[in-house]
Design a protein around this ligand. Structure first.
Ligand code: NAD
Length: 274
């Protein structure tokens, strides 16, 4: 499977579909990452908070793939925010991954009540200037948090990774990102599976296109222009989630999926979390 790339505002190419490893225990992560790389994923999304960067690094090292063929993302955890602590946490992540650079480094949450994300972003700018983070971005930022970075710092985030699925289509943030050349990356792109994938509309579209409900949702993500990072540890589903580039949803079917909006999140509220 050939996964299309999205061009980031740095000029870098990022695969539109990647593999996420949230909640995969450290001692169990090597096998599914290996399966994902074998299936054809070239983008891996981890985080310091997931506690599995070492295993991800091991799977990458053992894959035999060239570093430039891979796109590796990790994230700074909330308790490491601040200028000096960010530089230190980044070094620790690189060491665990066994890499000399990451393709994308993200601030995991704004943690606005603690008001450290601007200082944190200045450290991110330094890591970017040093070439150790090829691109820098944010996660779970709302429009006011992004505006504050625009006003007080020099680099526009390449990516905002946000909760985004048919129950939470994030129209306002997607439009804002488009206006400012920030790529939208969807976390929990399948709404974490349970519930959403049992939806009757998705079942009928699955029937119509001869695909699974998960593939219908991922195709919707792709047609909205989002980057998506579905997670599964089941080899057959890891493959299935990649097979979304051989069909196209009609516009009214895309709209029917977007209409599944409930506004209900599977994760925390980004304005207060942390
Ligand atoms: P997801 O939407 O990817 O759902 C994963 C779950 O869906 C699986 O555990 C499985 O139960 C089910 N599933 C997967 N493929 C399926 C298939 N083909 N058929 C049926 N069921 C299937 O949810 P997620 O793991 O929360 O999110 C994906 C990735 O996003 C994470 O691994 C992580 O990398 C990232 N993430 C980031 C943040 C953040 O704050 N930045 C938060 C959560 C997740």
């Amino acid at each position: 499977t050939q996964v299309p790339n999205v061009t980031l505002n740095t000029g870098a190419q990022m695969p539109q579909l990647g593999y996420g490893v949230f909640q995969v225990p450290a001692d169990q992560v090597v096998e599914p990452v290996r399966a994902a790389l074998q299936a054809g994923y070239r983008s891996i999304d981890t985080a310091a908070a997931y506690g599995n960067e070492e295993g991800v690094g091991k799977a990458i090292a053992e894959s035999g793939l060239k570093r430039e063929e891979l796109f590796v993302t990790t994230k700074l955890w909330n308790d490491s925010q601040g200028y000096d602590s960010t530089l230190k946490a980044f070094d620790e992540s690189l060491t665990k991954l066994g890499l000399d650079h990451v393709d994308l480094y993200l601030i995991h949450w704004p943690v606005a009540p603690k008001d450290k994300y601007v200082a944190t972003w200045k450290a991110f700018q330094q890591l970017h200037a040093d070439g150790r983070a090829k691109a820098i971005g944010v996660s779970n930022f709302q429009i006011p948090h992004l505006r504050r970075l625009f006003e007080e710092t020099d680099v526009v985030p390449a990516v905002n990774q946000i909760e985004l699925h048919p129950n939470l289509p994030q129209a306002d943030l997607r439009a804002f990102h488009a206006e400012h050349d920030i790529a939208t990356e969807a976390w929990s792109p399948l709404g974490q599976g349970r519930g959403l994938l049992d939806d009757a509309t998705l079942a009928s579209l699955a029937e119509k296109y001869g695909k699974s409900p998960a593939q219908i949702v991922l195709r919707w993500q792709i047609q909205l222009g989002n980057i998506a990072i579905p997670k599964s540890v089941t080899p057959s589903r890891i493959k299935e989630n990649l097979e979304v580039f051989d069909f196209e949803l009609a516009d009214d079917d895309v709209a029917a999926i977007t209409a599944l909006k409930t506004g209900v999140r599977v994760g925390p509220d980004p304005d207060v979390f942390g």
